[in-house]
Design a protein around this ligand. Structure first.
Ligand SMILES: Cc1cc2nc3c(=O)[nH]c(=O)nc-3n(C[C@H](O)[C@H](O)[C@H](O)COP(=O)(O)O)c2cc1C
Length: 262
C-alpha cells in the first residue's frame, strides 16, 4: 500500500521528469530556431541582468553560429583572403587547452601535388571504411564525405611532438591533448561559419601515412584534414541526417541528474 504522501511525491517526481524532458526536447528539436527567434532572452533593463553577459544581439549571434554551423563537403570555387585565414587561425589559437598546452599545429597545404596525395589517402581510407561497415557499405559509398579537391584552403590539424612532457591535466587523461585540438578546431569552425565560410572535418585517413607525407617529427600526430572555403550551400541539417545515415538524439536521453542517463 502506497501512502498518499508517497503517491503525491511520485506524481510530482514524474511531473518534474516530464517537464525536464519537455524542456530538453524543446531545446533539442527547436534549439536553433527557438534561440534565434527569441533573441531577447533578457532585456538589458532587467534588474537581474548579469553584468558579464553580452547584449541580446550578441548572445543571439553566438547561438546562431552554433546552430547554423555545418560540416561542409560541397564547396564552390573561390578563395579565402589571407587576412581572413589568419583571423580564423587566430580564433582556433584562442581555444582552451589542457594546462594551457596549446598542442595544436596547423599545416596549410598550398602544394597541389600534396593536396592530390592527401586526397588519395582519404579515398583509400574511404574504401576501407566502406568495407568495414559491412551491410552499410553501399550506402556509405554514396555519401559525400570530403571536399579535399574542391575547397579553397586545405589545412591539416595535428598534435605537436613531445607531448609526454605535459602532465598538468593529462596524468590520468593523456587524451586531453586531443580534446584541446578539437576545441581549437571548433573555434575555427564557428568563426568560419560566422564569416560565411564552410568547413569540413575529414578524419578518413591513415595518420601514419599523413604524418610521413607532411614530414611530421616523431611523436606528432595528424588529427584532422580541414576543408575550408566558400560553400556551395549550408545544409539545413547535418548532411548525414538529410541522407538518412543517422539522426540527432533527443537531448533528454543524453543528460541526467546524479546518475547515468537511461
Ligand atoms: C572528429 C570528427 C571527425 C569527422 N570526420 C568526418 C569525415 O571524415 N567525413 C565527414 O564527412 N564528416 C566528418 N565529420 C563531420 C560529421 O559527420 C558531422 O559533424 C556530423 O555529421 C554532424 O553534422 P554537422 O557538423 O553538420 O552538425 C567529422 C566530425 C568530427 C567532429
Amino acid at each position: 500500500m502506497v501512502s498518499r504522501g508517497c503517491q503525491c511525491a511520485a506524481t510530482a517526481g514524474i511531473l518534474a521528469k516530464s517537464l525536464t524532458i519537455l524542456r530538453y526536447n524543446m531545446l533539442n528539436s527547436q534549439a536553433n530556431r527557438y534561440l534565434l527567434m527569441n533573441a531577447n532572452l533578457r532585456s538589458p533593463t532587467d534588474p537581474l541582468v548579469n553584468p558579464h553577459q553580452f547584449d541580446d544581439a550578441e548572445i543571439a549571434a553566438v547561438y546562431k553560429a552554433i546552430a547554423l554551423r555545418r560540416d561542409i563537403r560541397h564547396f564552390r570555387p573561390g578563395s579565402v583572403p589571407e587576412a581572413q585565414l589568419t583571423r580564423l587561425l587566430a580564433a582556433a589559437h584562442q581555444g582552451p587547452s589542457v594546462g594551457f598546452m596549446q598542442p595544436w599545429r596547423f599545416i596549410r597545404i598550398t602544394d597541389p601535388a600534396l593536396r592530390t596525395a592527401i586526397h588519395a589517402l582519404v579515398e583509400a581510407e574511404r574504401c576501407c571504411t566502406a568495407e568495414a561497415l559491412g551491410q552499410r557499405e553501399d550506402e556509405f559509398m554514396r555519401l559525400k564525405v570530403e571536399g579535399v579537391l574542391e575547397c579553397a584552403e586545405l589545412l591539416v590539424a595535428a598534435l605537436m611532438e613531445g607531448r609526454e612532457r605535459y602532465v598538468f591535466g593529462r596524468r590520468t587523461l593523456p587524451e586531453m591533448d586531443l580534446a584541446s585540438v578539437a576545441c581549437a578546431i571548433q573555434n575555427l569552425w564557428l568563426a568560419a561559419r560566422a564569416e560565411g565560410l564552410g568547413l569540413g572535418w575529414v578524419s578518413l585517413f591513415d595518420p601514419e601515412a599523413l604524418a610521413t607525407l607532411l614530414a611530421m617529427p616523431p611523436g606528432a600526430w595528424p588529427v584532422a584534414v580541414l576543408c575550408l572555403g566558400p560553400a556551395e550551400r549550408f545544409y539545413e541539417k547535418p548532411m548525414l541526417e538529410l541522407e538518412g545515415w543517422a539522426e540527432r538524439q533527443p537531448l533528454h536521453t543524453l543528460v541526467a541528474e546524479n546518475s547515468w542517463p537511461v
